[in-house]
Design a protein around this ligand. Structure first.
Ligand code: ACO
Length: 429
Protein backbone atom coordinates (compact mmCIF):
# COMPACT_ATOMS: atom_id res chain seq x y z
CA UNK A 1 0.00 0.00 0.00
CA UNK A 2 1.34 3.41 -0.85
CA UNK A 3 2.45 5.63 2.02
CA UNK A 4 0.58 8.78 3.08
CA UNK A 5 1.43 11.66 5.39
CA UNK A 6 -1.24 12.97 7.77
CA UNK A 7 -1.77 16.69 8.13
CA UNK A 8 -4.06 18.28 10.71
CA UNK A 9 -5.17 21.91 10.31
CA UNK A 10 -7.75 22.91 12.94
CA UNK A 11 -10.35 20.12 12.96
CA UNK A 12 -9.54 19.09 9.42
CA UNK A 13 -7.26 16.06 8.98
CA UNK A 14 -6.19 15.02 5.52
CA UNK A 15 -3.91 12.41 3.96
CA UNK A 16 -1.16 13.59 1.64
CA UNK A 17 0.14 10.99 -0.84
CA UNK A 18 3.85 10.27 -0.48
CA UNK A 19 5.59 9.70 -3.82
CA UNK A 20 8.89 7.83 -4.01
CA UNK A 21 11.53 8.64 -6.65
CA UNK A 22 13.78 6.12 -8.42
CA UNK A 23 16.53 6.64 -5.84
CA UNK A 24 14.16 6.27 -2.88
CA UNK A 25 13.57 9.97 -2.15
CA UNK A 26 10.17 10.59 -0.53
CA UNK A 27 8.09 13.57 -1.58
CA UNK A 28 4.75 14.75 -0.16
CA UNK A 29 2.30 15.53 -2.94
CA UNK A 30 0.44 18.72 -1.98
CA UNK A 31 -1.30 19.26 -5.32
CA UNK A 32 -4.76 18.92 -3.69
CA UNK A 33 -3.86 20.73 -0.45
CA UNK A 34 -5.58 24.01 -1.32
CA UNK A 35 -8.75 22.32 -2.54
CA UNK A 36 -8.95 20.27 0.66
CA UNK A 37 -7.88 22.86 3.27
CA UNK A 38 -7.81 26.36 1.64
CA UNK A 39 -4.15 26.48 2.74
CA UNK A 40 -1.06 26.95 0.64
CA UNK A 41 2.54 26.18 1.63
CA UNK A 42 5.23 28.86 2.05
CA UNK A 43 8.82 28.15 1.06
CA UNK A 44 10.86 31.30 0.34
CA UNK A 45 13.48 30.60 -2.31
CA UNK A 46 11.92 27.14 -3.01
CA UNK A 47 14.53 25.49 -0.78
CA UNK A 48 12.15 22.64 0.00
CA UNK A 49 9.82 22.63 -2.98
CA UNK A 50 9.73 20.10 -5.79
CA UNK A 51 8.33 22.01 -8.75
CA UNK A 52 8.10 19.00 -11.05
CA UNK A 53 8.94 15.35 -11.52
CA UNK A 54 11.87 14.90 -13.89
CA UNK A 55 13.77 12.02 -15.47
CA UNK A 56 16.78 14.04 -16.61
CA UNK A 57 19.31 14.60 -13.83
CA UNK A 58 19.84 13.10 -10.39
CA UNK A 59 21.71 15.12 -7.77
CA UNK A 60 22.46 13.86 -4.26
CA UNK A 61 23.90 16.88 -2.50
CA UNK A 62 24.78 15.00 0.70
CA UNK A 63 26.81 12.31 -1.07
CA UNK A 64 28.15 14.54 -3.87
CA UNK A 65 26.50 12.53 -6.68
CA UNK A 66 25.54 13.89 -10.11
CA UNK A 67 24.11 11.72 -12.91
CA UNK A 68 22.66 12.64 -16.30
CA UNK A 69 19.93 10.18 -17.34
CA UNK A 70 21.43 7.70 -14.87
CA UNK A 71 25.05 7.98 -16.05
CA UNK A 72 27.61 9.27 -13.48
CA UNK A 73 29.11 12.61 -14.43
CA UNK A 74 32.63 11.24 -13.93
CA UNK A 75 32.05 8.58 -16.61
CA UNK A 76 30.45 10.98 -19.09
CA UNK A 77 33.29 13.47 -18.56
CA UNK A 78 35.81 10.77 -19.41
CA UNK A 79 34.07 8.96 -22.23
CA UNK A 80 31.71 11.35 -24.06
CA UNK A 81 31.99 14.54 -25.97
CA UNK A 82 29.65 17.49 -25.53
CA UNK A 83 27.35 16.82 -28.48
CA UNK A 84 26.93 13.21 -27.38
CA UNK A 85 26.05 14.45 -23.89
CA UNK A 86 23.60 16.94 -25.40
CA UNK A 87 21.90 14.10 -27.29
CA UNK A 88 21.71 12.04 -24.10
CA UNK A 89 20.12 14.87 -22.12
CA UNK A 90 17.63 15.84 -24.81
CA UNK A 91 16.64 12.35 -26.01
CA UNK A 92 17.11 10.37 -22.80
CA UNK A 93 19.41 7.65 -24.23
CA UNK A 94 23.00 7.49 -25.44
CA UNK A 95 22.92 7.66 -29.25
CA UNK A 96 23.92 4.85 -31.60
CA UNK A 97 26.75 5.74 -34.01
CA UNK A 98 24.20 6.57 -36.75
CA UNK A 99 22.01 8.63 -34.42
CA UNK A 100 25.02 10.59 -33.21
CA UNK A 101 26.25 11.28 -36.74
CA UNK A 102 22.77 12.41 -37.77
CA UNK A 103 22.52 14.69 -34.72
CA UNK A 104 25.93 16.23 -35.40
CA UNK A 105 25.11 16.71 -39.09
CA UNK A 106 21.91 18.53 -38.21
CA UNK A 107 23.68 20.78 -35.73
CA UNK A 108 26.40 21.57 -38.31
CA UNK A 109 23.72 22.47 -40.84
CA UNK A 110 22.55 25.45 -38.80
CA UNK A 111 25.74 27.12 -37.54
CA UNK A 112 25.44 30.23 -39.72
CA UNK A 113 23.42 33.23 -38.58
CA UNK A 114 20.98 35.08 -40.81
CA UNK A 115 23.15 37.83 -42.37
CA UNK A 116 20.66 40.45 -41.21
CA UNK A 117 21.53 39.60 -37.61
CA UNK A 118 24.99 41.14 -38.02
CA UNK A 119 23.37 44.58 -37.81
CA UNK A 120 22.17 43.73 -34.28
CA UNK A 121 25.76 43.22 -33.12
CA UNK A 122 26.84 46.46 -34.77
CA UNK A 123 24.29 48.36 -32.67
CA UNK A 124 25.69 47.22 -29.32
CA UNK A 125 28.13 49.51 -27.48
CA UNK A 126 31.75 48.21 -27.37
CA UNK A 127 31.63 47.53 -23.63
CA UNK A 128 28.28 45.71 -23.63
CA UNK A 129 28.42 42.64 -21.37
CA UNK A 130 28.51 39.44 -23.50
CA UNK A 131 25.69 37.91 -21.42
CA UNK A 132 23.43 40.85 -22.30
CA UNK A 133 24.41 40.39 -25.96
CA UNK A 134 23.79 36.64 -25.80
CA UNK A 135 20.33 36.92 -24.26
CA UNK A 136 19.33 39.70 -26.70
CA UNK A 137 20.51 37.92 -29.83
CA UNK A 138 19.09 34.55 -28.76
CA UNK A 139 15.78 36.37 -28.15
CA UNK A 140 16.10 37.86 -31.64
CA UNK A 141 16.20 34.36 -33.17
CA UNK A 142 12.41 34.44 -32.70
CA UNK A 143 12.35 37.37 -35.14
CA UNK A 144 14.65 35.88 -37.78
CA UNK A 145 13.44 32.28 -37.61
CA UNK A 146 9.68 32.66 -37.37
CA UNK A 147 9.05 29.40 -39.20
CA UNK A 148 9.60 27.22 -36.10
CA UNK A 149 8.06 28.92 -33.10
CA UNK A 150 5.25 26.55 -32.08
CA UNK A 151 6.38 24.76 -28.90
CA UNK A 152 3.91 21.89 -29.25
CA UNK A 153 4.70 21.06 -32.87
CA UNK A 154 7.35 18.27 -32.93
CA UNK A 155 8.84 19.53 -36.24
CA UNK A 156 9.11 23.08 -34.90
CA UNK A 157 10.60 21.77 -31.65
CA UNK A 158 13.27 19.80 -33.50
CA UNK A 159 14.25 22.65 -35.81
CA UNK A 160 14.42 25.20 -32.98
CA UNK A 161 16.57 22.79 -30.92
CA UNK A 162 19.09 22.26 -33.74
CA UNK A 163 19.21 25.97 -34.46
CA UNK A 164 19.89 26.88 -30.86
CA UNK A 165 22.61 24.25 -30.39
CA UNK A 166 24.23 25.34 -33.66
CA UNK A 167 23.87 29.11 -33.43
CA UNK A 168 24.61 29.84 -29.76
CA UNK A 169 28.41 29.35 -30.19
CA UNK A 170 28.31 31.59 -33.29
CA UNK A 171 26.35 34.27 -31.42
CA UNK A 172 28.73 34.06 -28.43
CA UNK A 173 31.84 34.36 -30.62
CA UNK A 174 30.41 37.16 -32.80
CA UNK A 175 29.56 39.11 -29.63
CA UNK A 176 33.16 38.78 -28.50
CA UNK A 177 34.62 39.76 -31.88
CA UNK A 178 32.36 42.81 -31.98
CA UNK A 179 33.57 43.89 -28.53
CA UNK A 180 37.25 43.78 -29.56
CA UNK A 181 36.71 45.30 -33.00
CA UNK A 182 37.76 42.21 -34.99
CA UNK A 183 35.89 40.82 -38.00
CA UNK A 184 33.44 37.98 -37.40
CA UNK A 185 34.92 34.57 -38.12
CA UNK A 186 32.32 32.34 -39.76
CA UNK A 187 31.79 28.79 -38.52
CA UNK A 188 33.72 26.00 -40.25
CA UNK A 189 31.61 22.89 -40.27
CA UNK A 190 34.44 20.38 -40.72
CA UNK A 191 35.56 21.25 -37.18
CA UNK A 192 34.13 19.74 -33.99
CA UNK A 193 31.72 21.76 -31.85
CA UNK A 194 34.46 22.94 -29.46
CA UNK A 195 37.15 23.43 -32.14
CA UNK A 196 34.69 25.52 -34.11
CA UNK A 197 33.86 27.74 -31.14
CA UNK A 198 37.54 28.39 -30.32
CA UNK A 199 38.19 29.07 -34.01
CA UNK A 200 35.39 31.66 -34.14
CA UNK A 201 36.68 33.25 -30.91
CA UNK A 202 40.40 33.39 -31.66
CA UNK A 203 41.07 33.16 -35.41
CA UNK A 204 41.63 36.27 -37.52
CA UNK A 205 41.40 36.37 -41.32
CA UNK A 206 45.06 37.38 -41.64
CA UNK A 207 46.58 34.40 -39.81
CA UNK A 208 46.34 30.64 -39.62
CA UNK A 209 44.77 29.37 -36.40
CA UNK A 210 44.54 25.92 -34.95
CA UNK A 211 43.01 25.41 -31.54
CA UNK A 212 45.31 23.80 -28.95
CA UNK A 213 44.00 20.19 -28.51
CA UNK A 214 44.37 20.52 -24.71
CA UNK A 215 42.10 23.55 -24.77
CA UNK A 216 39.59 21.80 -27.01
CA UNK A 217 39.48 18.89 -24.53
CA UNK A 218 39.20 21.23 -21.54
CA UNK A 219 36.34 23.15 -23.15
CA UNK A 220 34.58 19.91 -24.05
CA UNK A 221 34.87 18.75 -20.45
CA UNK A 222 33.67 22.04 -18.96
CA UNK A 223 30.65 22.10 -21.25
CA UNK A 224 29.75 18.52 -20.25
CA UNK A 225 30.09 19.33 -16.55
CA UNK A 226 27.81 22.36 -16.90
CA UNK A 227 25.23 20.67 -19.13
CA UNK A 228 22.49 20.12 -16.53
CA UNK A 229 21.81 20.35 -12.84
CA UNK A 230 18.15 19.74 -12.12
CA UNK A 231 15.82 22.58 -11.16
CA UNK A 232 18.45 25.31 -10.67
CA UNK A 233 17.57 29.01 -11.04
CA UNK A 234 18.07 29.29 -14.82
CA UNK A 235 16.48 25.93 -15.65
CA UNK A 236 13.48 26.74 -13.47
CA UNK A 237 13.30 30.07 -15.33
CA UNK A 238 13.26 28.29 -18.69
CA UNK A 239 10.46 26.04 -17.42
CA UNK A 240 8.55 28.94 -15.86
CA UNK A 241 8.75 31.16 -18.96
CA UNK A 242 8.20 28.19 -21.28
CA UNK A 243 5.08 27.16 -19.35
CA UNK A 244 3.23 30.12 -20.86
CA UNK A 245 3.76 28.29 -24.22
CA UNK A 246 6.11 30.94 -25.54
CA UNK A 247 8.62 29.80 -28.21
CA UNK A 248 11.86 28.04 -27.22
CA UNK A 249 14.18 30.94 -28.17
CA UNK A 250 12.38 33.30 -25.77
CA UNK A 251 12.44 30.75 -22.93
CA UNK A 252 16.19 30.17 -23.43
CA UNK A 253 16.84 33.91 -23.60
CA UNK A 254 15.16 34.24 -20.18
CA UNK A 255 17.30 31.37 -18.86
CA UNK A 256 20.46 33.17 -20.01
CA UNK A 257 19.40 36.27 -18.04
CA UNK A 258 18.81 34.15 -14.92
CA UNK A 259 22.22 32.51 -15.31
CA UNK A 260 24.04 35.85 -15.48
CA UNK A 261 23.58 36.70 -11.78
CA UNK A 262 26.60 36.32 -9.47
CA UNK A 263 24.77 33.89 -7.18
CA UNK A 264 24.32 31.51 -10.12
CA UNK A 265 26.42 31.24 -13.32
CA UNK A 266 27.92 34.71 -12.89
CA UNK A 267 29.89 33.29 -9.96
CA UNK A 268 32.72 32.11 -12.27
CA UNK A 269 33.48 35.70 -13.33
CA UNK A 270 32.85 37.00 -9.80
CA UNK A 271 35.23 34.37 -8.41
CA UNK A 272 38.15 35.47 -10.60
CA UNK A 273 37.35 39.12 -9.76
CA UNK A 274 37.48 38.19 -6.07
CA UNK A 275 40.81 36.32 -6.42
CA UNK A 276 42.29 39.28 -8.32
CA UNK A 277 41.07 41.61 -5.61
CA UNK A 278 42.68 39.47 -2.91
CA UNK A 279 45.89 39.35 -4.96
CA UNK A 280 45.96 43.12 -5.48
CA UNK A 281 45.26 43.60 -1.80
CA UNK A 282 48.51 41.82 -0.91
CA UNK A 283 47.04 38.30 -0.80
CA UNK A 284 45.52 38.80 2.65
CA UNK A 285 43.29 35.74 2.57
CA UNK A 286 42.49 35.90 6.29
CA UNK A 287 40.96 39.36 5.90
CA UNK A 288 38.60 38.17 3.14
CA UNK A 289 37.67 34.99 4.99
CA UNK A 290 36.85 37.10 8.07
CA UNK A 291 34.70 39.37 5.91
CA UNK A 292 32.86 36.36 4.47
CA UNK A 293 32.13 35.17 8.02
CA UNK A 294 30.90 38.54 9.25
CA UNK A 295 27.06 38.49 9.29
CA UNK A 296 27.05 42.30 8.93
CA UNK A 297 29.18 42.24 5.77
CA UNK A 298 27.43 41.25 2.50
CA UNK A 299 30.73 39.88 1.11
CA UNK A 300 30.68 36.15 0.32
CA UNK A 301 33.41 33.84 -0.93
CA UNK A 302 32.48 33.46 -4.59
CA UNK A 303 32.68 29.87 -5.83
CA UNK A 304 31.81 28.53 -2.36
CA UNK A 305 28.56 27.02 -1.19
CA UNK A 306 25.64 25.48 -3.00
CA UNK A 307 21.94 25.14 -2.29
CA UNK A 308 22.04 21.40 -2.94
CA UNK A 309 25.63 20.22 -2.37
CA UNK A 310 26.48 19.83 1.28
CA UNK A 311 29.58 17.95 0.24
CA UNK A 312 32.38 18.60 -2.29
CA UNK A 313 30.73 19.43 -5.65
CA UNK A 314 31.67 16.42 -7.87
CA UNK A 315 32.12 18.77 -10.83
CA UNK A 316 34.59 20.93 -8.88
CA UNK A 317 36.66 17.80 -8.09
CA UNK A 318 37.01 16.95 -11.81
CA UNK A 319 37.69 20.56 -12.79
CA UNK A 320 40.37 20.96 -10.13
CA UNK A 321 42.26 17.94 -11.52
CA UNK A 322 42.13 19.32 -15.09
CA UNK A 323 43.16 22.73 -13.87
CA UNK A 324 46.22 21.23 -12.14
CA UNK A 325 47.21 19.28 -15.27
CA UNK A 326 46.83 22.30 -17.58
CA UNK A 327 48.84 24.57 -15.31
CA UNK A 328 51.68 22.04 -15.18
CA UNK A 329 51.65 21.19 -18.90
CA UNK A 330 51.50 24.79 -20.07
CA UNK A 331 53.93 25.95 -17.36
CA UNK A 332 51.61 28.74 -16.37
CA UNK A 333 52.67 30.47 -13.18
CA UNK A 334 49.43 31.77 -11.80
CA UNK A 335 49.36 33.60 -8.47
CA UNK A 336 45.58 33.45 -8.82
CA UNK A 337 45.62 29.65 -8.85
CA UNK A 338 47.99 29.51 -5.87
CA UNK A 339 45.63 31.86 -4.08
CA UNK A 340 42.62 29.72 -4.97
CA UNK A 341 44.33 26.63 -3.53
CA UNK A 342 45.28 28.48 -0.37
CA UNK A 343 41.82 29.97 0.01
CA UNK A 344 40.22 26.55 -0.37
CA UNK A 345 42.55 25.13 2.30
CA UNK A 346 41.86 27.97 4.73
CA UNK A 347 38.10 27.87 4.19
CA UNK A 348 37.82 24.07 4.43
CA UNK A 349 39.57 24.04 7.81
CA UNK A 350 37.52 26.92 9.24
CA UNK A 351 34.59 25.93 11.54
CA UNK A 352 32.34 28.58 9.88
CA UNK A 353 32.60 26.80 6.52
CA UNK A 354 32.70 23.29 8.02
CA UNK A 355 29.53 23.87 10.10
CA UNK A 356 27.65 25.29 7.13
CA UNK A 357 29.00 22.60 4.78
CA UNK A 358 30.36 25.21 2.36
CA UNK A 359 32.63 23.59 -0.24
CA UNK A 360 34.05 24.90 -3.53
CA UNK A 361 31.43 24.66 -6.28
CA UNK A 362 31.73 24.23 -10.06
CA UNK A 363 32.59 27.90 -10.51
CA UNK A 364 35.58 27.99 -8.18
CA UNK A 365 38.13 26.50 -10.58
CA UNK A 366 36.42 26.80 -13.99
CA UNK A 367 37.44 30.46 -14.36
CA UNK A 368 41.10 29.54 -13.88
CA UNK A 369 40.91 27.03 -16.74
CA UNK A 370 39.21 29.60 -18.96
CA UNK A 371 41.98 32.04 -18.09
CA UNK A 372 44.69 29.55 -19.10
CA UNK A 373 42.81 29.13 -22.40
CA UNK A 374 42.88 32.90 -22.99
CA UNK A 375 39.13 33.33 -22.59
CA UNK A 376 38.39 36.84 -21.29
CA UNK A 377 36.68 37.07 -17.90
CA UNK A 378 33.43 38.54 -19.22
CA UNK A 379 32.97 35.48 -21.45
CA UNK A 380 33.11 32.94 -18.59
CA UNK A 381 29.36 32.94 -17.94
CA UNK A 382 28.69 32.83 -21.69
CA UNK A 383 30.59 29.54 -21.79
CA UNK A 384 28.51 28.31 -18.87
CA UNK A 385 25.41 29.16 -20.94
CA UNK A 386 26.74 27.18 -23.94
CA UNK A 387 27.23 24.21 -21.63
CA UNK A 388 23.82 24.52 -19.91
CA UNK A 389 21.90 24.86 -23.18
CA UNK A 390 21.17 21.11 -23.68
CA UNK A 391 19.92 20.90 -20.10
CA UNK A 392 17.58 23.86 -20.59
CA UNK A 393 16.30 22.34 -23.83
CA UNK A 394 15.82 18.91 -22.24
CA UNK A 395 13.76 20.39 -19.39
CA UNK A 396 11.69 22.56 -21.73
CA UNK A 397 10.93 19.52 -23.87
CA UNK A 398 10.19 17.26 -20.92
CA UNK A 399 7.70 19.85 -19.65
CA UNK A 400 5.95 20.19 -23.03
CA UNK A 401 5.85 16.46 -23.68
CA UNK A 402 4.64 15.50 -20.16
CA UNK A 403 2.06 12.69 -20.49
CA UNK A 404 -0.50 14.52 -18.32
CA UNK A 405 -0.04 17.77 -20.27
CA UNK A 406 1.57 20.98 -19.08
CA UNK A 407 0.15 23.59 -16.71
CA UNK A 408 1.27 27.20 -16.61
CA UNK A 409 3.59 27.79 -13.63
CA UNK A 410 1.82 30.05 -11.21
CA UNK A 411 3.00 30.06 -7.57
CA UNK A 412 0.82 31.64 -4.92
CA UNK A 413 1.82 33.98 -2.09
CA UNK A 414 1.08 34.87 1.50
CA UNK A 415 -0.20 38.43 1.30
CA UNK A 416 1.20 40.58 4.14
CA UNK A 417 0.31 44.08 2.86
CA UNK A 418 -2.39 46.52 3.99
CA UNK A 419 -5.98 45.46 4.46
CA UNK A 420 -8.55 47.34 2.40
CA UNK A 421 -8.04 51.12 2.70
CA UNK A 422 -10.04 54.17 1.77
CA UNK A 423 -8.66 55.97 -1.30
CA UNK A 424 -7.15 59.41 -0.50
CA UNK A 425 -7.47 61.97 -3.32
CA UNK A 426 -4.16 63.42 -4.56
CA UNK A 427 -4.92 66.88 -3.17
CA UNK A 428 -5.25 65.49 0.37
CA UNK A 429 -2.03 63.42 0.42
N1 ACO B 1 30.56 32.71 1.69
C1 ACO B 1 30.27 32.92 3.00
N2 ACO B 1 29.17 32.47 3.62
C2 ACO B 1 28.31 31.75 2.88
C3 ACO B 1 28.53 31.49 1.51
C4 ACO B 1 29.70 31.99 0.91
N3 ACO B 1 29.97 31.76 -0.38
N4 ACO B 1 27.50 30.77 1.03
C5 ACO B 1 26.65 30.58 2.05
N5 ACO B 1 27.13 31.18 3.17
C6 ACO B 1 26.52 31.16 4.52
C7 ACO B 1 25.34 32.10 4.62
O1 ACO B 1 25.73 33.39 5.03
C8 ACO B 1 24.48 31.40 5.64
O2 ACO B 1 25.03 31.64 6.91
P1 ACO B 1 24.05 31.76 8.21
O3 ACO B 1 23.42 30.40 8.34
O4 ACO B 1 24.96 32.11 9.32
O5 ACO B 1 23.06 32.83 7.87
C9 ACO B 1 24.68 29.92 5.33
O6 ACO B 1 25.99 29.85 4.73
C10 ACO B 1 23.65 29.33 4.36
O7 ACO B 1 23.63 30.15 3.19
P2 ACO B 1 22.34 30.45 2.32
O8 ACO B 1 22.49 31.80 1.71
O9 ACO B 1 21.11 30.18 3.12
O10 ACO B 1 22.50 29.35 1.22
P3 ACO B 1 21.69 29.29 -0.12
O11 ACO B 1 21.44 27.87 -0.38
O12 ACO B 1 20.52 30.22 -0.09
O13 ACO B 1 22.71 29.91 -1.20
C11 ACO B 1 24.46 30.09 -2.75
C12 ACO B 1 23.50 29.14 -2.03
C13 ACO B 1 23.68 31.22 -3.43
C14 ACO B 1 25.20 29.31 -3.84
C15 ACO B 1 25.46 30.67 -1.71
O14 ACO B 1 26.22 29.63 -1.14
C16 ACO B 1 26.38 31.74 -2.32
O15 ACO B 1 26.01 32.90 -2.35
N6 ACO B 1 27.62 31.33 -2.81
C17 ACO B 1 28.49 32.27 -3.47
C18 ACO B 1 28.07 32.45 -4.93
C19 ACO B 1 28.36 31.23 -5.78
O16 ACO B 1 29.43 30.65 -5.74
N7 ACO B 1 27.36 30.85 -6.59
C20 ACO B 1 27.48 29.72 -7.53
C21 ACO B 1 26.64 28.58 -7.09
S1 ACO B 1 26.88 27.20 -8.18
C22 ACO B 1 26.00 27.60 -9.55
O17 ACO B 1 25.02 28.28 -9.55
C23 ACO B 1 26.49 27.10 -10.76
Amino acid sequence: MSETAKLRIGDNEIDLPVLVGTEGNRVMDITKLYAQTSCITLDEGYANTGSTTSQITYVDGEKGILRYRGYPIEELAERCDFTETAYLLIHGELPSADELEDFRRNVRLHTLLHEGMKTIFAGFPRDAHPMAILSSVVGALAIYYEDALRPNDPDHQELAIYRLLAKMPTIAAFGYKQSIGQPFIYPENHLTYCQNFLQMMFAVPSDRYEADPDFVDALNLLLILHADHGQNCSTSTVRMVGSSTVNLYSAISAGICALWGALHGGANEACINMLEKINNDGASIGKFVDRAKDPNDPFRLMGFGHRVYKNYDPRAKIIKGVCDRLLKKHSVASPIFDLARELEEVALSDPYFIDRKLYPNVDFYSGIIYRIMGIPKQMFTVLFALGRLPGWIAHWREMHDAPGGMRIHRPRQLYTGSSQRKFVPLIKR
